[in-house]
Each structure stands twice: as C-alpha cells, then as structure tokens.
Design a protein around this ligand. Structure first.
Ligand SMILES: Nc1ncnc2c1ncn2[C@@H]1O[C@H](COP(=O)(O)OP(=O)(O)OP(=O)(O)O)[C@@H](O)[C@H]1O
Ligand SMILES: [Mg+2]
Length: 201
C-alpha cells in the first residue's frame, strides 16, 4: 500500500473466537502514529438492523466519544467539529443537515425526529460528510480503516462504505475487515473471486 499508494481491502474470515481481532490488533500495534492514521468501527450483534449503526460507531471513534456519552456531550463535540469540517460555512444548509443527522445517529439532545430527513437526503449528506472528514484528515498520511465483525453490519452502513470506496482520493487507504463465515459476506462476488486460502481444516 505504501509503495504503490493504492487502495487495498482485506477481509479476514474465520469462525467465532479464532483470533481475528487479535491478529488485526497485533498488526495495528506495529504501526506508529507517524506511519498511518487508524480509524476503527465495529458492527454489533444487536445493531444489524439499526440504520447506520456502524457509521455511528466510526463517528464516535473519530470524535472521541464513548458509546454511552451523554446527549449534551455528543452535542458539544459535534458543535466543536462543525467549524473544522465546514470552515466559514457552519450555518450552510449542508452543515446544518449534517449536524442534525449525525446528532440523531449519536443521540444528541437537540436531534430532530428521524422522519424529518428523508432516506436519500440522509444518504447523500452522510456521503458528503465522510468525504469532508477524509479531506480534513492529516495531509496525505495513509488511512487504515478497521471494521470489525462486518457479518453484523447494517445494510445502510454497508451501502455507504461501498459508495465511498468508489470515490478516488490521493491518499492510500487500507480497509481491514473481520467477519465470521456469514453467507452475506462470503458469497459477495469480490470476496469469492479473491478467495485464496485460510479456510479452517
Ligand atoms: N494467538 C493467540 N494465542 C492465544 N490466545 C489467542 C490468540 N488469538 C486470540 N486469542 C484469544 O482468543 C480469544 C478470541 O480471540 P479474538 O477476539 O481475537 O477472536 P475473534 O476471531 O475476533 O472472535 P469473534 O468472531 O468472536 O469476534 C480472545 O480471548 C483472545 O485473547
Ligand atoms: Mg472479533
């Protein structure tokens, strides 16, 4: 990835408890903060049907928010991040919509009810938001995205990540995913095509 400055994706598939997380942790432990920026997210068993649950987890990692952060704390962090993402444009429609949607996903107090933003606006706004975040991250340092337990990923996050992978950036990006051998993951054409090893015998 560093040599060719390309985008790579790796999916580590293995049964429950074989050590997928441990493997990735050990790999990430060997990477210094100067070498790459690491962002993590994980899918959870209870959240497979919660729209954008995985993206919310990623946003918490970027914002430094605990999962059980108080609504006012969520709001405070979001308001602090807004000028960084939309410099001079904090009160634009795009910024306000993004704030509203993220507030909703992360459980901010002032968040409006879900019904007020339609699904397509939500999708578009979140894509624009993630693209903005990527653009504001440290120079052209490589980015490692670690997504854990993607067999539990919610559909909306999956589609969003797939859409994001199509957007070209000069920054090298390494996506590392772990998954149990779920048909949704293993039967994906890209994965079955590139499958070469590692099934347990
Ligand atoms: N190489 C290893 N040697 C000893 N213990 C290990 C090793 N790898 C993992 N473990 C232990 O095995 C347990 C399961 O590991 P881990 O959480 O990495 O599995 P996993 O594949 O991510 O599981 P799951 O599918 O449940 O998410 C952990 O308690 C971990 O500490
Ligand atoms: Mg695991």
């Amino acid at each position: 990835m560093l040599v060719t400055r390309r985008r790579r994706q790796i999916v580590i598939i293995g049964d429950a408890g074989v050590g997928k997380r441990m493997l990735v942790r050990t790999f990430l432990d060997g990477i210094g903060p100067a070498d790459a920026m690491v962002i993590r997210t994980s899918a959870r068993v209870g959240a497979a049907l919660t729209p954008y649950a995985m993206l919310a987890d990623l946003a918490r990692d970027v914002l430094g928010l605990a999962e059980d952060a108080e609504p006012h704390e969520v709001e405070r962090r979001l308001l602090r991040a807004l000028p960084l993402l939309y410099p001079g444009d904090e009160s634009s429609r795009e910024a306000r919509t993004a704030l509203q949607i993220l507030g909703m996903l992360l459980g901010a107090r002032a968040a409006a009810p879900a019904g007020e933003v339609d699904a397509e606006t939500r999708r578009q706004t979140l894509i624009q938001l993630v693209v903005r975040v990527e653009q504001r991250l440290d120079s052209d340092k490589p980015l490692i995205l670690f997504a854990e337990d993607v067999h539990w990923a919610d559909q909306d996050s999956q589609e969003l990540f797939a859409a994001l992978l199509k957007i070209r950036t000069p920054r090298p990006i390494l996506g590392v995913m772990t998954s149990r051998p779920d048909p949704r993951i293993t039967s994906s054409p890209r994965i079955s095509r590139s499958r070469s090893c590692c099934s347990r015998s």
